[in-house]
Design a protein around this ligand. Structure first.
Ligand code: MN
Length: 372
């Protein structure tokens, strides 16, 4: 099966991907360097109103059977009679935040990252706290400051412990990044969601940069965890990659020891073979793969709902910083032991599964630091 739409070699936006975004108040689908409006694909279908919206939420609320039918219709549209007039160059549209973010949770599910940060923040103790291998540790973040790729990153002010000067309010001097992957809930639930039910609830995935003010974080975080050191901004990519596009890249996760609680056990493979990278001012700092994450997104969703907490359309949960054991695989500057961000620095996170005509690209999430 081939598309009439031009798709350059090396583009992640293939017929296998077909991610959703929002441009000009309409839901659009990306193919190559073009977009088509979902309303133009569906014609006078009953779901037309849902797609003529300035967010993906009405589409996501329709549920998994509708997501599947819509994806089939887009595929048919792009593989049958050529209709180049339906394509708009992506460079000529302004992409907005693709969905209204409901509740936002950030996890901490890379054993490499948790070990590195434990060593840095608590040098005299065991780096992994006793709970870490028993449940996916996380915290509730701030959904109102989740922004789309390209939004400037204003350096935050905060109270920090500044040597002999004591506690002072000043611009963050240790502005950092966190390379993460986020998952958006399409169909919410009033019931706990078992790991193997994740694909009935999760609509798709995005790249996430969890900007982190390490000096603010280091002073404030005990005993209740991250707060203002994280809440000033979180950037996500403009394209939501449907979970259906990721199905061919689901793989077995790393072995877990001890065996997790029954509510966190899956029989299907939920790790994702997804290559990730971090660029600083055009130079690549990190290349890693998401498949090594200790806790899968399906386990995260199961844990998040296991206490009876309900989920709603637009809820976003992020993986936690994706790091490996080696320099060159680290997902934050603090782990790399390199200088923190200066005003004017630009960070780009990228992600792609597979290659060639089967590639499924996430595109990028970019942010440039501006002065406090
Ligand atoms: Mn984080």
């Amino acid at each position: 099966m081939d598309t009439w739409a031009p798709v350059d070699d090396g583009s992640g936006f293939t017929l296998a991907c077909l991610p959703y975004g929002v441009a000009g108040g309409r839901v659009v689908v990306r193919i190559g360097d073009g977009v088509v409006a979902l309303g133009d694909v569906l014609g006078d279908h009953q779901w037309r109103d849902a797609v003529e919206a300035d967010s993906l939420n009405p589409v996501m609320t329709l549920g998994v059977d509708a997501w599947s039918e819509i994806r089939d219709r887009v595929t048919t549209f792009l593989t049958t009679s050529a209709n180049e007039r339906a394509l708009t160059p992506v460079g000529s549209v302004e992409l907005s935040l693709p969905f209204q973010v409901g509740d936002y949770v950030d996890f901490y599910s890379s054993i490499e990252h948790a070990t590195h940060l434990g060593e840095l923040f608590r040098p005299d103790a065991e780096p992994l706290l006793p709970n870490w291998r028993h449940l996916p540790v996380g915290y509730h973040g701030r959904s109102g400051t989740v922004v789309v790729s390209g939004t400037p990153v204003r350096r935050p002010n905060g109270l920090v412990l500044d040597g002999e000067a004591g506690v002072v309010r000043r611009p963050c001097a240790r502005l950092d990044i966190e390379l993460e992957v986020g998952f958006v809930v399409g169909a919410g639930s009033d019931e706990p969601i078992a790991p193997d039910e994740a694909d009935r609830h999760v609509f798709g995935a995005v790249l996430v940069n969890d900007w982190s003010a390490r000096d603010i974080q280091a002073f404030e975080y005990q005993p209740l965890g991250p707060f203002l050191g994280k809440s000033f901004l979180t950037s996500i990519s403009a394209w939501v990659v449907p979970l259906a596009a990721l199905a061919p890249f689901l793989v077995e996760p790393p072995e877990q020891e001890p065996v997790p609680d029954a509510a966190l056990q899956a029989t299907r493979p939920w790790a994702i073979d997804l290559g990730l990278s971090v660029d600083l001012n055009g130079a690549t700092l990190t290349r890693n793969n998401f498949r090594g994450l200790y806790w899968t997104f399906a386990q995260q969703l199961a844990h998040m709902t296991s206490n009876g907490a309900t989920t709603r359309t637009g809820d976003l949960f992020a993986s936690g910083t994706v790091s490996g054991w080696n320099q060159g695989e680290l997902g934050s500057l603090i782990e790399m032991k390199r200088p923190f961000l200066d005003d004017g620095d630009s960070i780009v996170l990228r992600g792609v599964c597979g290659e060639g005509a089967n590639a499924v690209g996430f595109g990028e999430v970019e942010g440039t630091v501006v002065k406090a």
